[in-house]
Design a protein. Sequence first.
Length: 315
Amino acid sequence: MRALITGITGFVGSHLAEHLLADHDVYGTIRWRSRLDNINHIKDRVKLIETDIRDSYSIEKAIKSVEPDIIFHLAAQSFVHTSFHAPQETLTTNIVGTVNLLEAVRSSSVNPVVQIAGSSEEYGLVLPNETPIKETNPLRPLSPYGVSKVAEDMIAFQYHKSYGLKTVITRAFNHEGPRRGDVFSTSNFAKQIAEIEKGVKQPVMFVGNLNASRDFTDVRDVVRAYALAVQKCDYGEAYNICSGRSWKINDMLQLLLSFSKKKIEVRQDPARMRPSDVEILLGDYSKFHKKTGWQPKIPFEQTMKDLLDYWRNLS
Ligand code: A2R
C-alpha cells in the first residue's frame, strides 16, 4: 500500500509516518523551507515531495507522481490562536488547499481513500446539555480555524456525493504527546517547566485561560485511529476521535507541575487569551468505535510525562 501524507513534517504527520512505515510505502509532502526536525529519524525511510497545497499545479503533480492508495490530508494552518491574526491565510491554506487536493485526485487516474483531518473546533459553541458531543451536534465554530475545518468537512462530504471520491472525515479532539508545537498549552507548559528546570528561565509559568475543559487523547492513539479510519469507515461520513474524558486546563497544568521538583509560580498572561474560546470540549467516539473497535490505550498521565521528557531531552 502506498500512503501519501500531506504535512508529514508536522506533529501528527511525523507520528503517522512512524506508524504506517510498518506496512506501507510512505510518501510525504514538504515545503521548500519546512523544518525536518520531526522526521529526521525516519527521513531515509520516507519519500519526500516538495508541494505547497495552495498551489494546484504542485499538488496535482504530487498525486500524479505518487499514485497513492491512501491519502492522509493533514497539511493545514493548524493553530487556532494564529487563525485570529491570519484569517485569510488560514482559510486559504485549509479550504482552498483541500479543494486543490481533491481536484487533483479527481483529475488523476487513481481513486485513493482520502482522510480529511477535521477537528473538534468545528463544534465551537457547545451548550451544557450537548456533551458528550456526537457527530450530529450543530457546528458553531468560534474561530477562523474552526470555520476552515467545517468547510474542509463539507467539501469532503460534497466531493464524495458529487464525484464518488472516497473521503473519510475525522474530527479529532485535542491530541498531545512528544513533538507537539509549543504554541499549544500542553506543550507550552511542559516546555516552560523544562526551561525552568534547566535554569534558563525564571520559575514563573505564564498561562492563558485555565478554566476551559478539553478532551485529550495521545497522538499515538490518534494516528492509529486515522489508519483504521481509511480501512473501515464509510465514505463521506465524519467520525469523532477522542477519549470521552475531559480535563480542566488547570488540572492538566497541576498534573505537569506534579512531575517537577521545582517550585513554580503560575501567572496569567492576557496575551494568551483568545477573543472567543470554546469552554468545554468533551466528545463521544462511539460511532467510530462501532466501525473500527478503536479505543484510546495510552493514559493521559503517560502522555504528559512523555511530553515533558521530550522537552527535557531537547538540547
Ligand atoms: O510548516 P511546514 O512546512 O513544516 O508544513 C506544515 C504543513 N503545511 C503545509 N503543507 C503544504 N502547503 C501548505 N501551504 C502548508 N501549510 C502548512 O502542514 C506541517 O507539515 C503541517 C502542519 O503541521 P502542524 O502544524 O504540526 O499540525 P498537526 O498538529 O500535525 O495537525 C495535523 C492536522 C491539521 O490539519 C490540523 O488542523 C488537524 O490535524 O488537527
